[in-house]
Design a protein around this ligand. Sequence first.
Ligand SMILES: Cc1ncc(COP(=O)(O)O)c(C=O)c1O
Length: 408
Amino acid sequence: MLTANSLTLGRLLLALPGMLAGRRYQRRALSRELAALLQVDDSRIVLYDSGRAAFAALLQLHGVGPGDEVIVPAFTCVVVPNQVPPSGATLRFVDIQRGSLGYDWQMLDIAIRRHTRVVVVPHNFGIACEVPTWLREKHRQVRFVDDAAHGFASRCAGQWLGSYHDGAFFSFEYSKNLTGGIGGFALLPAGDYLPQPALPEVSCADQWRLLATLKAHLLSARWPLLGRIAMALLRRLRLIYRSGDHEVLDGAPHPARELPLLSAVLIRAQLARLPATLAHKQQLAARYRAMLDTLPDIAQWQAPADTHWVRYPFALPFPVVDKARLARELTAVSGLAIGVWFDDVIHPAGSFRHGYQPRSAPHAEALAASVFNLPLNINLAVDDALAHKLQRLQQALAQLLRQQKESA
Ligand SMILES: Cc1ncc(COP(=O)(O)O)c(C=O)c1O
């Protein structure tokens, strides 16, 4: 999958000398810059090695413990629910709506119980939403925490995503809006303070693996064959940096660490060019929307104009048994890297279930079987080549829809 959405090979190389300034300097500078962008006090930004670690910290901030319940959307990445059991709280999945990719507020209202302490609010693909005031006022014991992992620098009615509920967690993992390879931060609610224990550092060896993996991702963006060869080589040498199997398959919580120095310098380099990056991605999204508009059977989602899409989602009007295969076929035909997020209510398919009962979230299950996405990556130029790729994709999708109608 095409990833490292806001980074180029050149910018990565130019950013590396910044590591000489040291990790304390770079982390402090990054916190300041994030705070300035999001128009919040520096003390509200707490950096971690991942979004999941930031989520665990917010659970701690809100005093979540035994006897409490945490509601998580039934359309999420496994590493989110993984952080709940260590708090002692119980975990409950609530379905999402197809129309918004987020909660149906009336359904959420019914789902909230006396002991519900935290509701994780999704902003899938970067589409920012706001919990209605009536719902917040009705359930004053509940803290609404934004999963902003897909929506760094998205806005909702002019407000920065993450700044208007009870805290938010963001991700800088490879595939996210800005990438540090890994990384994330918590945006604390105004007036709150999180005592930050000294966390372990990501080892030097892991930072080399991160760098090697990122380089392979970036090579794939420019020269797909070279990228595939580099990735295969790294796999063979066990140099790929990714989430541990114990987190994905066994649901283990993530031990928090500091944001790596490498990640801090890369994120700062991308932040410095954020307005141009956003403008580029919004042009890509507009092209995708225009192409998909010619296929009215395919679902798309309305989003505020200042959305920072992580990828551009679309859904077929029927379930697909083998989404990965269809994505590969569409990628081969069009030359655009088609993704499958999320391929299950708890992504990725085959990951730990956390007691999820099949069919308890029918909308999310239907969506997971039919949603695909297009890359929002600055390495993808908005030019004639893109127009040709989109034309080929349009033809392939039109043929797929025709075949489906004929066989129905
Ligand atoms: C919706 C969502 N939330 C949270 C996360 C966790 O972010 P991180 O990988 O930085 O822990 C991810 C994916 O990785 C995600 O897709």
